[in-house]
Write a protein that binds this ligand. Structure first.
Ligand code: NAI
Ligand code: MG
Length: 483
């Protein structure tokens, strides 16, 4: 087991500091053992971080740079992550539970955000609006100011990278609150900022309790913009606090996303979608393919294939799972594992059938067998509520209209998918599925370049792509009356 520094501090105004609310213990979810201690920020610590960010914003040390200079620094942060890839990935694995190779993918994906948004820094241009003789009018995009980022534990590095890369590229200063379960690897983003030469105070990263530091940050009067990824309940709390200060939010909340699988789908290829769609990161993915809505004629075939994939995954400690392959790590915590297990039991009670897995592993650590549930109907809780674990629900449909109705029947609308060789059918589904992103014939198709965000209770605003840049800037119109 790699050695982990026993105590990790918060990073405020360019200094590593203790927490005003003490420390918490970070556990390795694969063993249940203590991994390290993390400083816990108080509301006063949050205030210092916000004041530091505000100072940077107001003195123009960052926002006033020529964009190419910000671009180079943002890109350098990504290079730092890649140069320290192995070290960060091991730490991420130990605190979060995912296989080492998945942690590598996460760090590479994080670096990609800095590359992409670093590149975009120079592209944020305004326009000139004709007002007739006697006027000259133009728009500019100015940074919002202090961007607060409240981070979940499923992708603790990538979710920070996604937000701060775009925020910094557009000239904002950031205060990041990491999740209590996974605060450690975030320290490398502060180190990346130092390596890149960000102005002191432009990037502050602290861990604290949601109800304390998280609430203090989301209700802070000097925060100008908030980005949150996590549960619906917390999203509502954050947006409510922000509303009191008239501060805009971007909310990426959960999902219960469905793949509609038609009788003419390429089922060999679809096996790969099952493997990644629901078992990647042990299903702790907001855009997970947590439902399959399959045509009745191929239902049994698809269930058999899904069960085969679930059964083929070797489940165990992420740190021992080095190579891309048929394996899965632990969930992030026993609480999350037990929550998922109890949802499986409740589904069974409601009439669902366990076709694969369904039980916690009888070993220490937060392990859950990759699970496939069949006989799921739209009225069941399991068909509507996010499990956030390696649990696939399979539902049956008879005709296309019914499939789309079922796909749209949850309160969520993050992503959706349609699997068919028929382009009309695929296009129709793509227009009818109420979700921010629709995958045709490949779950998770897309990348950093493609906008991502929800309909309904999945949230509002878009991350990724060019769209995310507009979260971090406000438009100013300048109208000049010529003499
Ligand atoms: P959560 O939404 O409470 O936690 C996410 C972040 O919000 C953490 O940093 C936490 O400290 C912070 N937070 C909590 N309460 C806060 C408050 N009042 N004000 C400001 N910040 C606050 O999620 P939790 O409880 O860890 O997980 C519960 C469920 O949420 C999961 O089972 C899953 O369904 C969903 N979830 C969804 C995620 C996604 O990617 N969409 C990520 C994490 C959780
Ligand atoms: Mg942990």
């Amino acid at each position: 087991m790699p050695e982990v520094k026993p105590y990790w501090k918060n990073y405020i105004d360019g200094a590593w500091v203790d927490g005003g609310s003490g420390k918490l213990t970070v556990e390795n979810p694969a063993t249940g053992e203590k991994l390290a201690e993390q400083a816990i920020a108080s509301a006063a610590d949050v205030d210092r971080a916000v004041q530091a960010a505000k100072r940077v914003y107001l003195d123009e040390a960052w926002a006033g740079l020529r964009p190419v200079e910000r671009s180079r620094k943002v890109q350098a942060m990504g290079r730092y992550l890649l140069e320290n890839l192995h070290e960060i990935a091991e730490l991420l694995t130990l605190e979060q539970g995912k296989p080492y190779w998945e942690a590598v993918i996460e760090i590479e994906g994080s670096a990609r955000y800095f590359e992409y948004y670093g590149n975009q820094a120079e592209t944020v241009e305004g326009r000139s609006i004709p007002l007739g003789d006697g006027y000259f009018d133009f728009t500019t995009h100015e940074p919002m100011g202090v961007s607060a980022q409240i981070i979940p534990w499923n992708y603790p590095v990538e979710m920070i990278a996604r937000g701060i890369a775009a925020a910094l590229a557009t000239g904002n200063a950031c205060v990041v609150k990491t999740a209590e379960l996974t605060p450690l690897s975030a320290a490398y983003l502060a180190l990346a900022g130092e390596y890149a030469g960000l102005p002191q105070g432009a990037l502050n990263i602290l861990c604290g309790h949601g109800h304390e530091a998280g609430a203090a940050l989301s209700g802070h009067v000097d925060v100008n913009q908030i980005v949150f990824t996590g549960s619906v309940k917390t999203g509502v709390a954050i947006a409510s606090a922000a509303a009191k200060n008239v501060v805009p939010c971007v909310l990426e909340l959960g999902g219960k996303s469905a793949a509609i699988v038609h009788a003419d789908a390429n089922l060999d290829a679809f096996e790969t979608d099952i493997r990644w769609g629901i078992y990647f990161n042990a299903g702790q993915v907001c855009s997970a393919m947590s439902r399959i809505i399959v045509h009745e004629s191929i239902h049994d075939d698809v269930v058999e294939r899904a069960s085969k994939i679930a059964g083929s995954l070797s489940v165990g400690a992420g740190i021992d799972r080095r190579e891309v392959g048929a394996n899965m790590g632990s969930m992030v915590s026993l609480t999350q594992r037990d929550r998922a297990a109890s949802m499986i039991r409740a589904a069974e009670g409601a009439g669902a059938i366990i076709a694969a897995g369904g039980r916690p592993l009888n070993v220490p650590g937060a392990f859950l067998d990759p699970t496939v549930l069949t006989g799921v109907t739209q009225d069941m809780t399991i068909a509507n509520e996010e499990v956030f674990g390696p649990v696939l629900s399979v539902l049956k449909f008879k005709n296309d209209a019914e499939a789309i109705q079922m796909a749209n029947a949850t309160p969520y609308g993050l992503v959706g998918g349609v699997f068919t060789r028929d382009i009309d059918r695929a296009t129709k589904a793509a227009t009818k599925i109420r979700a921010g992103q629709v995958f045709v014939n490949e779950w998770f198709a897309g990348g950093v370049e493609t906008p991502f965000g929800g309909y309904g209770k999945s949230g509002y605003g878009r991350e990724k792509g060019r769209e995310a840049l507009w979260n971090y800037v406000q438009t100013k119109n300048v109208a000049i009356k010529l003499a």
